[in-house]
Write a protein that binds this ligand. Structure first.
Ligand SMILES: Cc1cc2nc3c(=O)[nH]c(=O)nc-3n(C[C@H](O)[C@H](O)[C@H](O)COP(=O)(O)OP(=O)(O)OC[C@H]3O[C@@H](n4cnc5c(N)ncnc54)[C@H](O)[C@@H]3O)c2cc1C
Length: 427
């Protein structure tokens, strides 16, 4: 199998050193075989190892090759659809349970970083920025909603206050979440992989799962080997392909693009984001940005339904960056890349079990840095026989995208165009 390197990105260029992780060759036996070494797979592996399970992780490319090593690095609380929508969808009892979990992922990340001494430039503080009165109204309601679930580190900001934390005139206000924040996402994944190995877990890179023999004793096949396991956890998300055809109809890979400037220097960087918070706006197709550890601006935005790779990423994202920060017009872009996340129609995660022993979690629809860490804990609990929290996610209803395989991309793009237009008109 050809060696698959990391795609070019600022994160790959500034990754902490890692050991070589050999491809799986021959047969091996384990308690749990995890497919995919992104946050979902690694978080699950860590919780299982901490509870005495034997774990083997199969990664098609390299640790953090997928969204976990390419994302905006923003620790954003809750889910891609908030708890009020969940309440309307599944009723108050299940919403209570999911609401109380909505802030746990961020805590898990911080615990992991501290416990395993992971060097990943953690910074506290995330801003949701409002571009219209309607969005500001949503943030006010969101604050009340989150406070009902015990989350109190929130501050509403008016136009003057948000200007103190983001040097742009784009926003009419916002909300600061001090339990949000940001990290170097690939270094977080690499640190978690090292933690997995420190506890005796095994990770094979360049080892795609090509087939699963289902049944009482599942076997996962790779091009040169196979893993016999008691349980399988499928954590391939937008990069899974057709390994589990029953999951594919209710989710759709989407691309989003990120650019990174040259180092700005302390003074310019500080003038843009004086407290070093990360920012995402409240649009349906949102822009998100933050400073890196070495004071570059990392700016992402836009969505390509169906995950086609755009020819010129800088041409798409740079104008968005300059709209927020015209003062960067002479700054060079050093890196531009694309990554895929997995969208579901409800924008809530797709979680469940196939038969008795194949578990999956995927499809957190754009906001997944915190959820995937929580997912690892919830999946590990289910494998230990405590499935109440797992069931709360597994019971969320999911539907196929309208239009089937042929038309789901244009249909969804049309829907997004409509919401984008509403954002632009502020209605
Ligand atoms: C550009 C971008 C920016 C984003 N920004 C943010 C952000 O700022 N904040 C936020 O909360 N969320 C963000 N997200 C979403 C977030 O990154 C994801 O939700 C999260 O990382 C998903 O983690 P995962 O482990 O489920 O999937 P991934 O990280 O995609 O990992 C899946 C892994 O499985 C492997 N794999 C797939 N199939 C197989 C197979 N058959 N055998 C073996 N291995 C396999 C892949 O190679 C991959 O490494 C962003 C996503 C992207 C793409």
């Amino acid at each position: 199998m050809p060696h698959t390197p990391y795609p070019t990105s600022y994160y790959a260029a500034s990754a902490n050193p890692v050991p070589p992780r050999p491809e799986l060759k021959g047969e091996t036996e384990t308690d749990v075989c995890i497919i995919g070494a992104g946050y979902t797979g690694l978080s699950t592996a860590l919780f299982l190892l901490e509870n005495g399970f034997k774990v083997t992780v199969l990664e098609a490319a390299k640790v953090g090759f997928g969204a976990s090593g390419r994302n905006g690095g923003q620790i954003v609380n809750s889910y891609s659809r908030d708890i009020d929508v969940i309440e309307r969808t599944v009723g108050p009892k299940q919403a209570q349970l999911l609401g109380h979990m909505a802030f746990e992922g961020g805590r898990i990340i911080r615990e992991r970083i501290a416990k395993y001494n992971i060097q990943c430039d953690l910074k506290d503080g995330g801003v949701f920025a409002a571009l219209s009165a309607k969005q500001m109204g949503h943030l006010e309601a969101q604050k009340k909603l989150w406070e009902r679930f015990g989350h109190t580190q929130l501050e509403l900001m008016d136009a003057k206050r948000i200007r103190e934390v983001v040097a742009t005139d784009s926003y009419i206000g916002g909300m600061l979440d001090m339990s949000g924040g940001h990290v170097h996402p690939l270094n977080l994944a690499l640190g978690e992989a090292a933690a997995v190995e420190s506890l005796g877990g095994v990770i094979h890179e360049q080892s795609p799962a090509t087939r699963i023999d289902r049944g009482a004793n599942p076997v996962v096949h790779t091009p040169q080997g196979r893993v016999k396991a008691k349980f399988v956890v499928v954590a391939g998300n937008a990069y899974l392909g057709n390994l589990m055809p029953e999951l594919a109809a209710k989710s759709m890979p989407c691309g989003t693009q990120v650019i990174t400037t040259e180092p700005l220097g302390e003074e310019l960087a500080h003038s843009l984001l004086p407290q070093d918070y990360c920012v995402e706006d409240c649009n349906y197709l949102l822009d998100y940005y933050r400073l890196s550890g070495d004071k570059r601006l990392i700016f992402g935005g836009g969505v390509i339904y169906g995950a086609r790779d755009p020819a010129d990423i800088e041409a798409i994202i740079r104008p968005k960056m300059l709209k927020a920060f015209p003062q960067l017009k002479n700054v060079k872009i050093d890196f531009a890349w694309t990554g895929n996340f997995l969208l579901t129609l409800s924008r809530l995660p797709q979680v469940g079990r196939i038969g008795d022993n194949i578990y999956y979690s995927q499809g957190c629809s754009g906001h997944g840095v915190t959820y995937t860490h929580l997912a690892g804990k919830v999946l590990a609990e289910a494998l230990r026989g405590q499935a109440e929290r797992f069931d709360a996610f597994a019971d969320l209803p999911h539907y196929p995208f309208p239009g089937g395989r042929l038309f789901r991309v244009p249909f969804t793009a049309m829907g997004a165009w409509y919401y984008n237009l509403r954002d632009k008109l502020g209605v």
